[in-house]
Design a protein around this ligand. Structure first.
Ligand code: SF4
Length: 332
């Protein structure tokens, strides 16, 4: 059966920090804190719509620092999900939190309530970048939390940002290298978007911070996507969720509603260029997996046009033999 995320956005409540990029309401698209009844409603709707017969549901608490919200409130949300965990309507609960809001005691609690995956908001593994962006934790905190999560038997996920204040392409790649060493199952990669009212917005307006544009972010994230994929870490998100609130509240940064598609398309272009090095200029057929034909072609045929400028007249064809991000060329 296919997988469905039943997302519950838990905003800033109780978070003592003010990270440079954070205006939690805009990022999660949610203005109000969910109640236990909201959790029940999401699960009940999943059943009554018939979706639970077609999908394996996973309840996902995102948007804030789940284990740093008031403990009683956190437990009330988990408690509301228990009947659905016990009846196996949902296969598990995943949540995101800060690395310094993880300890053995909270992990025990989460396990008792059926939490199956925790995503750590690492954002960077460069202490200077973490300091400049007021994260209030260090790279070592991420390493310690990852190790505690592994020991608890709960699945580990990580989240990183690209293009923070003080960041460079090199520090993003180094962050990815260090996160891969933590052996996570999943990663989410978020290019930085500047939101009104945040510290980044202030720095940007004063000219002290230059956020990445979409093109620069695509270039870096394409590399990261390749690194994580090669290491066997599933990239479960690349780019912020498209939302009207976000589009209204952003002032700059690398936002594109189809950001992942842009990066995957770039991977296919690079792969095709590598493969074509051994080919004569002229007509070639590029074989890719069945789902990847549009990615190989690129938005508005941009990949085809680039290859044409390099002397290749390209046809793209699907092949059931091709794996993800692989390209094979045949001379026509
Ligand atoms: S820790 Fe999370 S919720 Fe708190 S300010 Fe930072 S990003 Fe926002």
């Amino acid at each position: 059966m296919k997988h469905a995320n039943l997302a519950v956005f838990v905003p800033h409540i109780g978070c003592p920090n003010r990270c440079s990029f954070c205006n939690q309401n805009s990022i999660s698209g949610a203005q109000n804190a969910p109640s236990p009844d909201d959790v029940k409603k999401i699960c009940d709707d999943f059943i009554s719509s018939g979706a639970s017969e077609r999908f394996v549901g996973e309840l996902a608490f995102f948007g804030g620092s789940f284990t740093a919200i008031p403990r009683e409130y956190m437990l009330s949300l988990l408690q509301a999900a228990q009947p659905y965990v016990k009846s196996k309507v949902i296969s598990g609960i995943r949540l995101s939190t800060r690395p310094d809001a993880i300890d053995e005691q909270v992990l025990e609690l989460l396990k008792d309530y059926g939490v199956t995956a925790i995503e750590l908001g690492a954002q960077s593994m460069d202490d200077e970048v973490l300091r400049l962006n007021r994260r209030g934790h260090t790279a070592q905190d991420v390493i310690n939390a990852a190790s505690l999560i592994h020991n608890s038997g709960i699945e580990l996920g990580v989240q990183m940002m690209v293009g923070l204040y003080g960041d460079t392409a090199q520090s993003c790649i180094e962050t990815a290298r260090q996160l891969i060493k933590l052996n996570p199952s999943t990663v989410r990669i978020y290019p930085t978007v500047v939101i009104k009212g945040t510290q980044l917005d202030m720095l940007y307006k004063k000219g002290e911070y230059s956020p990445l544009g979409v093109e620069e972010a695509v270039e870096i994230c394409t590399e990261l996507l390749g690194m994580f994929t090669k290491a066997g870490v599933r990239v479960i998100r690349l780019g912020l969720h498209a939302s009207q609130t976000l589009e209204n509240d952003m002032t700059a940064g690398a936002y594109h509603p189809a950001f992942r598609e842009l990066c995957e398309s770039r991977i296919y272009l690079k792969e095709a260029q590598k493969v074509l090095k051994d080919f004569k200029k002229g007509s070639v057929k590029l074989l890719v997996s069945e789902q990847a034909v549009s990615k190989m072609t690129g938005q508005k045929r941009c990949n085809i046009k680039t290859l044409e400028q390099q002397g290749y007249k390209v046809k793209v064809a699907p092949s059931s033999e091709m794996e993800l991000y692989k390209v094979r060329a045949e001379q026509e």
